[in-house]
Design a protein around this ligand. Structure first.
Ligand code: OGA
Ligand code: MN
Length: 201
């Protein structure tokens, strides 16, 4: 992660509370992450995603993706690069905003054709420790017709203006987890993401 990238994220978070950054991850790392995500998916490691506190999730109709949690000790080289990049981001965000972020929980997510995730906030009643959401997309050549856009309401009210973000490989989307409403439009083809939450103490 270079200094320009960090500065863009910090400035956007300070001004708006959210940031969309194309090319956050280099294409080779994105391709390796995509391959590994699909390999683990094919190996049967994923489960229906739920809603709730981290690993104590309850399956719900508001989302229809399948997920696989990452372990912080994962030794896969591309996953180590992802963890190093998010760790660098965590430290810089802490220095700038005193958010006290002290850990990342992250998972691969696979949306099959037709899957989506209805409008929600990432902070749950049982767990108010999620402070900052960071999503990195792993998709090759996504087009508008593929659906699966992330719709993000730009005001914390969750009403009014929203933007639609293409889940293009390498793009990072980050926002304050308790403030910004968002939803995943139904995907017209398989849609891959690596989603993380920085949690505070
Ligand atoms: C989530 C989520 C959005 C996306 O996993 O909580 O909102 O674009 N994901 O994958
Ligand atoms: Mn979410």
């Amino acid at each position: 992660m270079n200094e320009d990238t960090v500065q863009t994220i910090i400035a956007d978070l300070a001004e708006k509370g959210w940031c969309v950054l194309p090319d956050f991850m280099d294409p080779a790392t994105v391709a390796d992450l995509r391959t590994e995500c699909l390999a683990r998916h094919a190996a049967g490691g994923f489960h229906r995603a739920g809603v709730g506190a981290g690993r104590a999730e309850v399956v719900s109709e508001i989302r229809s993706d399948v997920i696989l949690w990452l372990e912080p000790e994962d030794t896969h080289p591309a996953i180590r690069r992802y963890l190093a990049a998010t760790e660098a981001l965590r430290q810089r965000v802490n220095q700038e905003f005193f958010l006290g972020l002290n850990e990342l929980e992250s998972h691969f997510a696979v949306y099959s054709t037709g899957a989506g995730y209805k409008k929600h906030l990432d902070r749950f009643r049982e767990d108010d420790r999620r402070a900052l959401t960071a999503i990195v997309y792993l998709n090759d050549r996504w087009t508008e017709a593929d659906g699966g856009q992330l719709r993000l309401w730009v005001e914390p009210s969750g009403e009014g203006e929203s933007i639609d973000i293409q889940p293009t490989g390498g793009t990072l989307v980050t926002f304050l987890s308790e403030l910004y409403w968002h939803e995943v439009q139904p995907a017209m083809r398989q849609r891959l993401a690596l989603t993380g939450w920085f949690k505070r103490r």
